[in-house]
Design a protein around this ligand. Structure first.
Ligand code: ADP
Ligand code: ZN
Length: 287
């Protein structure tokens, strides 16, 4: 069996399956402290003969194999997990190869293998939820440089009528600080799901996300953009992005028809866990 972990800030999804993406068993474990959460994770996988493990994790994380901190969750605001060596923990428990990447890179891999970008050698997966992050496949490879990309924290141009100061603890009014779920809630005083009828909320959201998508498109030129996360449940967000993106780009580059270029995840909530399964499969091949 291949083992997959989607390590999130509120829950860990663990699954066992195979390289075709088939999942035969899964469990959700709350993210508390590493000692508790990881004990449950290990207990679940010990029921199976695990050949390799793939982990898509919240971060920031260290994915540079030459770094002393490789396989650690690094500067997360979830303090109990700061500097936690999650790869080492799993290697010690199972003695098998471990693939490790960001949750969003894993989701991009899942979508490119089985989902909305199946068969494409490039795609971008953006999540707009508690935070904003994006993962990318470029020329068939997961995008990685010095470290992994942090596309949620790019700077955006403020809407002239928007006086919300932004809530990113590092940058204030970066994209995440202006457009993630908690920013919507702080700005408007209600949760995103309760604001469905307020057109101006989603227009403004689209204004910021279209800027981000313009920049990602200009820099990475992905063949498909997949927009997931809780906020993407508001279909008005897609409509507002369709409105603003052409205004910003001004035909400078030509994009496919927007409703087929920017799409919902083909795998629903399973992009990340399916991608983590592929990380396990790749770890086995590269071993
Ligand atoms: P996480 O990012 O923690 O994995 P989600 O992707 O579900 O989880 O994101 C949670 C955020 O998305 C919250 O800020 C929540 O208010 C917002 N959200 C969830 N569902 C909706 C919805 N239907 N419409 C708008 N916002 C939503
Ligand atoms: Zn930021």
């Amino acid at each position: 069996m291949l083992a997959a972990i989607e390590a999130g800030g509120t829950k860990f999804v663990c699954a066992v399956g195979d390289e075709t993406g088939r999942i035969v068993d899964r469990i959700k474990i709350p993210t508390t402290i590493p000692e508790e959460t990881m004990t449950e994770v290990i207990k679940f996988f010990k029921k199976y003969t695990v050949k390799s493990i793939g982990i898509g994790s919240f971060g920031p994380i260290d994915i540079n194999e030459d770094s002393p901190a490789y396989g650690h969750i690094t500067s997360t605001p979830k303090l109990a997990w700061k500097d936690y060596p999650i790869v080492e923990t799993m290697k010690k428990a199972f003695g098998v190869p471990v693939g490790f990447n960001t949750d969003v890179n894993a989701a991009a891999l899942g979508e490119a293998t089985f989902g909305a970008a199946k068969g494409l050698d490039s795609c971008l997966y953006i999540t707009v939820g508690t935070g904003i992050g994006a993962g990318a496949i470029v020329q068939g490879q997961l995008l990685q440089g010095l470290s992994h990309p942090e596309m949620g924290h790019i700077l955006v141009r403020r809407h002239p009528n928007d006086s919300y100061e932004g809530n990113c603890p590092y940058h204030g009014d970066c994209l995440e600080g202006m457009a993630a779920g908690p920013a919507i809630e702080n700005r408007w005083g209600l949760k995103g799901a309760e604001l469905s009828e307020r057109e101006e909320v989603w227009d403004l959201e689209g204004y910021y996300l279209a800027q981000a998508i313009m920049q990602y498109s200009l820099i990475l030129s992905p063949k498909k953009i997949i927009l997931g996360g809780g906020v993407s449940n508001q279909k008005q967000v897609f409509e507002a992005i369709h409105k603003y993106l052409p205004e910003f780009i001004q035909n400078y580059i030509s994009l496919p028809e927007l409703s087929s270029y920017i799409v919902k995840p083909g795998l629903g909530d399973d992009s990340g866990i399916s991608g983590a399964l592929m990380l396990a499969s790749r770890a086995l091949e590269n071993n």
